[in-house]
Design a protein. Structure first.
Length: 376
């Protein structure tokens, strides 16, 4: 079953934008500017709201945490504090519950008495499983085994109810409506979609043919970009990715870590003025030729967004795509040695304000800093 309710923001956090003739404003791989050495393969650390994992000498976002479930750098998980831990000020990021590495920062902590049991509940099990591929049963089993006894019992109860009630409709809405108690214990919720945003919100046609792959360039010239649209289509009542007043558009492909990001920007004033909306396609660099899925789950090979830019960052998100793209060529060699060709026809796009396949209104699940654009 696809994990519709746990939306991945890992690739979104990796977005960076290069201005035509300008400087690279990002490309930090989601590290938030913290470039400490990443030499111990598989090691974890905490960076702001993210748990990050060392992968091939690059820190990569692993899981987004919250105040209620802060990052634990030792386990690489977002974990609620153990019962009785009332004095933790948040400075001891490696506290695993047994205080074996406590250096004295928890001066008022009176509840850590050496309890080494896990506090991972059913919601933690779900969040862990979301980082596994749909076919990686060993990973999913490890997530379940790492849960507390209560968490495992709650997950099993939910699974039994969901399997019986939602076999023909494996959605969050079905889970919440038919298994309300079990769903609540596992952190599953459904919020009715915002009717101001129709579902689907629009459609896009895709035609990427990029013959230059950026790697560490800090400025662009016309030999590196395609002076045309790779995405065309409409959204809402009057939204168009070919905005009124645009003289044209340019797009380019950039390789960052293990993903390729393809940016489309409309322009006016002979290329001196960038217009909104922009379109961003993020695709796994190891995607093989053939049909691939585009969406927001861990099992999708690509993500496709319509956004408004605010300078060199995303100001708000109009829509995301759900459907199938066809990869004809995927050669991510740097510079002019590379070539990427991807097509798709009438791909459905949705606003996070009304995405029934993922649980209705999912804007609040998209993480800190995420904002849906006003309805068009």
């Amino acid at each position: 079953m696809k994990k519709f309710w746990m939306i991945s923001m890992l690739l979104i956090a990796a977005l960076f934008v290069v201005s035509c003739g300008g400087e690279d404003e990002g490309g930090d791989g989601g590290n938030g500017g913290n470039n400490s050495a990443c030499t111990e393969q598989g090691a974890f650390r905490c960076n702001g709201d993210f748990s990050q994992k060392c992968d091939q000498e690059e820190w990569k976002n692993f899981e987004q945490c919250s105040t209620e479930k802060p990052c634990n750098a030792t386990t690489g998980k977002c974990e609620a504090k153990a019962e009785g831990d009332t004095g933790d000020t948040g400075t001891d990021t490696t506290d695993t519950g047994s205080d074996t590495t406590d250096t004295g920062a928890d001066t008022t902590d009176t509840g850590d008495t050496g309890d080494t049991t896990t506090s991972a509940g059913c919601e933690d099990i779900f969040m862990c499983m979301n980082n596994c591929g749909e076919s990686d049963q060993a990973c999913a089993q490890a997530c379940f085994d790492a849960g507390s006894a209560t968490g495992q019992e709650d997950y099993y109860a939910w699974q039994q109810c969901f399997s019986a009630a939602c076999q023909n409709d494996p959605s969050v809405q079905c889970s919440v409506e038919n298994c309300p108690t079990e769903s609540a214990k596992c952190g599953l919720s459904y919020e009715e979609g915002n009717a101001a945003y129709p579902a689907p919100y629009g459609h896009l046609d895709i035609n990427v043919n990029s013959t230059y792959i950026l790697t560490n360039e800090t400025s662009l010239d016309q030999s590196m970009v395609n002076m045309t649209y790779f995405a065309t289509g409409t959204f809402g009542t009057n939204g168009n990715v070919q905005p009124m007043g645009a003289q044209g558009a340019y797009y380019y492909a950039a390789l960052q870590d293990d993903v390729v990001q393809i940016f489309q920007t409309p322009f006016a004033n002979n290329g001196q003025t960038a217009l909104n909306p922009a379109v961003v396609l993020v695709i796994n660099a190891n995607a093989a030729p053939g049909n691939i899925s585009v969406g927001l789950t861990q099992d999708d090979a690509a993500q496709l967004f319509v956004v408004d830019l605010n300078g060199n960052s995303v100001g708000c998100y109009h829509a995301f795509a759900v459907g199938t793209l066809t990869v004809n060529t995927m050669n991510v060699a740097a510079g002019s040695a590379g070539n990427i060709a991807i097509v798709g026809s009438q791909i459905e796009i949705y606003s996070t304000e009304n995405a029934p396949m993922y649980g209705g209104n999912i804007t609040s699940q998209m993480g800190a800093g995420f904002s849906a654009c006003p309805a068009q």
